[in-house]
Design a protein around this ligand. Sequence first.
Ligand code: ADP
Ligand code: MG
Length: 286
Amino acid sequence: TPRPDSSSGLSFDELYSLSETLGSGAFSVVKRGTHTRTPTTSYAIKCVTRSKLTREDTLALKDEVSILSQLRNCKHIIRLYDFFEESKMFYLVMECVMGGELFDRIVEKSYYNEKEARATCRILLEAIGYCHEHGVAHRDLKPENLLLRSKEDDSSIKIADFGFAKIVEGKGSLKTQCGTPGYVAPEILNGKPYDESADMWSVGVILYILLGGYPPFIEDDQRRLFRKIRKGQYEFHEEYWGSVSEDAKNLISNLLCVNAENRLTASEALQSNWISAATDAELGAI
Ligand code: ADP
Ligand code: MG
């Protein structure tokens, strides 16, 4: 790998020019940008204002950078090319994808048919399996953080936003409560130590949303929402799920297991009937 430009002594502004905003999150604005040397290649540049960060936020951002640099060999994880630490700003120079968030695509389509959902889910399982093999828990999997490669393809996703990601130092080694209410695993809400299996709960929620077109746990009041999640109280309503295969519903049920010990791992989920039922034609399309 070539020497990163950030070690060249040149500043970010001397090397890159920024254009339109691609998205934004709690601490950052992500803009499209180009390098002066290769003006036809777009990058997604996460711009973070340092003064908005607490000490912990800054440490988390450094974790995000070091974890992303360890996960560079998976084509379904957004690549990080460079990191600039300047007096007022941090810049993460990442691979740019132009298909937008999976969240918006689901809203556009209302829901995915089984073939489309299977292709999307297989990629998600392969990519999250890769993270877990490398000892990384993502901890904020949701359709906003899954980005589509292009406008034409509804299934080719990449995992983005490793802002909450953490190295797992053994079973039940994670403690911090984090994530997003509707996607968070029961053991995290219970304040129990947890590990990468918490991500597999979120995969279950995402698959439910893909096929059903709505989330498994809905409540206006957050306390009630959390109570439902802790009990694993969700249903496959006949009106929306009547024509969905049992294999798909079984996979969801084996991911939305309140007891993390019984929850499928990524590689087990890849071997489930529903995922392995894919025809050769379907697989050829990925
Ligand atoms: P935050 O940690 O602040 O939530 P994210 O990394 O999730 O930041 O980025 C915020 C949004 O910016 C994403 O939801 C997405 O819409 C957009 N975005 C982030 N990374 C990319 C990328 N590599 N290519 C295209 N858009 C991106
Ligand atoms: Mg985000």
